[in-house]
Design a protein around this ligand. Structure first.
Ligand code: ATP
Ligand code: MG
Length: 367
């Protein structure tokens, strides 16, 4: 799919913007604090009805006004779609071809994007929580039921933890309800673990191939699932989960918290057999995070039959020339790409066929 046109009104530092884009690479160049990230953010928001860097919608509204508008024309396989999203203090409104959508979830998915920004380095360097969030967001994009299961699991987890605390207070006398919580926890937990396992396998296949491409075959990336407890056979996963819970019961009561389950899962990344988080260079870690995000592009295509847009904020200059070139060549003929950079000197322009080059200055964009 392609975003042919984007228009903004009172969005962040853009009073008024109308921009026709190129179906290949779009390069936004400008000094710091001019609105490059804001522009990419607006495209992300049009796809997901929220920003990638804040959960406070109010921050998106330009300081001088009370509403922010994003308008986009999207070309899809089956035709053109007009999208409108409006943010105000009262909330947000979304329209598809002029028709207001009662539920935002009906609007999400009209435009698909994959964003890669500097903070995504944390997927490799950060805590397990960051990796779980990455995993959950990516699975959620392609499997609508997943996030709901995750919510149900979290609810049970909170209640079970509260119950464990009461058990400790009553010195473990009455444990009648623990079994009930265990069954629910394992029930939802097993569903999540299975989805994660399946998704990570696919992610691994694509990420490995893409990583090899970006590094011209010098690095082999492996992605592995690190569940909170080991299991060999998926068919007995539920029993295994229950067994694990019984083994840690005393410890859980003492600590008042649930010690096994998908809320303790993690992912590990290896480059040529060495753990990337510990041994990877900054550039290798960045390339790893990038390969994971780019794998998502292929996963989305598998799921919806079309390529999403790729948004690259401030990452090109961080990659060496070889990696830049490989990256661009991998996607340039199939994926519409939006790239920001502070200077063209760090970009290998020779590799960019018909790139649209735009200059961003103080909330204005010129070609
Ligand atoms: N709600 C808002 N209303 C008006 N201006 C805003 C709003 N939010 C942010 N800004 C302005 O937008 C500017 C930042 O824009 P942006 O983050 O897009 O910069 P950038 O071009 O990506 O810079 P860098 O190269 O440093 O990443 C800030 O200077 C800020 O003053
Ligand atoms: Mg920026």
């Amino acid at each position: 799919m392609f975003l042919n046109r984007i228009a903004l009104r009172n969005y962040r530092n853009y009073d008024e913007l109308e921009l026709d884009t190129s179906s290949g690479v779009n390069l936004f160049v400008g000094p710091n604090a001019q609105g490059k990230t804001n522009l990419l953010e607006s495209i992300f928001a049009l796809a997901l009805t929220k920003s990638h860097r804040t959960s406070k919608d109010k921050e998106l509204i330009g300081w001088e006004g009370s509403e922010a508008h994003i308008h986009g024309l999207v070309d899809k396989q089956y035709g053109a779609v007009k999208l409108d999203l409006m943010f105000s203090a009262q909330g947000k409104k979304a329209k598809i071809n002029g028709l207001e959508q009662r539920r935002l979830s009906d609007f999400v998915g009209s435009l698909n994007v994959v964003m890669f920004a500097p903070e995504d380095l944390e997927i490799v360097k950060g805590t397990p929580g960051v990796r779980r969030r990455f995993l959950d967001m990516e699975i959620g994009q392609v499997q609508p039921g997943y996030l709901h299961t995750l919510q149900q699991y979290s609810k049970v987890l909170v209640q079970r933890n509260n119950y464990l605390k009461t058990l400790w207070a009553s010195s473990g006398d009455k444990q009648g309800l623990l079994e009930v919580w265990n069954v629910q926890l394992a029930d939802f937990g097993v569903k999540i673990i299975k989805k994660r396992k399946y998704f990570i396998q696919k992610l691994q296949q694509w990420a490995q191939q893409i990583h090899a491409g970006i590094t011209a075959g010098t690095e082999q990336l492996t992605v592995t699932y690190k569940p909170s407890f080991d299991f060999e056979d998926e068919t007995v996963l539920f029993d295994h989960f229950m067994l694990k819970l019984s083994q840690v019961k005393d410890q859980e009561i003492r600590r008042g918290t649930t010690l096994v389950g998908p809320h303790r899962d993690d992912l590990a990344f290896f480059i040529n057999g060495k753990e990337a988080q510990t041994f990877g260079s900054q550039g290798q870690q960045r390339t790893t995070a990038l390969s994971l995000k780019l794998a998502e592009i292929e996963l989305i295509r598998e799921e919806i039959g079309e390529y999403p847009l790729l948004l690259l904020d401030d990452v090109l200059s961080e990659l060496d020339r070889n990696r830049q070139t490989q990256l661009i060549e991998t996607f340039q003929s199939k994926v519409q790409t939006f790239i920001t950079t502070t200077g063209l000197e760090s970009v290998d322009l020779g590799k960019l066929q018909d790139a649209g080059i735009y200059h961003v200055l103080d909330g204005r964009v010129t070609r």
